[in-house]
Design a protein around this ligand. Sequence first.
Ligand SMILES: [Zn+2]
Ligand SMILES: [Zn+2]
Length: 386
Amino acid sequence: MIAPPAEIIDDVVRWRRQIHRHPEFGFEERETSALVERELRAAGIDVRRVAVTGIVATLTGSKPGKTIALRADMDGLPIQEHPGLDFASEIPGAMHACGHDAHTAMLLGAAISLARERSELRGNVRFLFQPAEEGPGGARPMIEAGALRSPDVDMVAMLHVWPTLPAGSIGLRDGAMTASCDDFDIRIGGRGGHAGYPHNAVDTIPIAAEIVGALQTIASREIDPLKALVIAIGRIEGGYRRNVVADAATLQGTFRCLDESLRQSIPERIERIVAGICAAHRAKHEVEFVYGYPSVHNDAALSAKVMEIARAVPQIDSVVELEVPTMGAEDFAYFAQVVPGCMIRLGCASPDDPQAASLHSPDFHLDERALASGVALLRALALRLT
Ligand SMILES: [Zn+2]
Ligand SMILES: [Zn+2]
């Protein structure tokens, strides 16, 4: 039976609301993972703690087969939720604005309902409840703790609620689903002085302004226009007051792209432009890169199978083959680097809300009808792909 039992959906809605009321940040998901652990143990599923608040659980089927891993993330965001829901966040400044409450509840519902049907199950299902997706990243420490081993995982899949798709639909594609996301800090060193005597100083403010503009020429002039690239400076700091030359300035930025070889080429391009501009204006410079999540690439064969399976799930009305990825990032990418992976968007827009708020918005909310579709799909993947 692919369809999830009705009472499990009631539990999923209840868990989701409970988690929504108490959002917790990365590696602090104590109440959330305690709830997950308690419910999994009560259902007789083996549970192991990894990566502080992460949970690895394994359901062994009664017949031999493959091992599929299904992953949910558990963390909330530092956002003040706008009022409206009767189960709104009770923690000031914290909100489940990315739907990870739903991801956790759906995977828990799938795990518990499958545990009751072990006799139907081939192979193994590995459930990964991951901390800190919103940063600094819980996927990598989970992999290092053996989340994809013993038994060795053959494939990994995940759902992410998606407010531009209607509840009851899913969307996916093979190849790139999300962008890589890397950060950089540029520090410019000049010489301070009086604003009235600029010739005695090296002013870092016009140098910073020139760098902001020049970095945009990487995307517009240096790379193939058919390749996606975002370079953004989100923060500039420097100076003391209006009549003092700023002796130092710092720029903080991020770059995102879909292609790994393009990604590898970006630090040299940034460094070269910064070095050139600073040298031209007698300033010193330093550029520091902090590498973040790689791009999620869906495995072609696995994505094709997921689409075929999803089309036969009665709780899913439509399966959309996505034309383009998004420039958002997801640390599921690390799992999908180790074994074939598939990230699936789960529509969560309500039909009576034509302008659904985006993920990470203080107004984000989801149509809970999506939860039944999500649980049904997770169950179908566990039952059909193993
Ligand atoms: Zn997010
Ligand atoms: Zn998310």
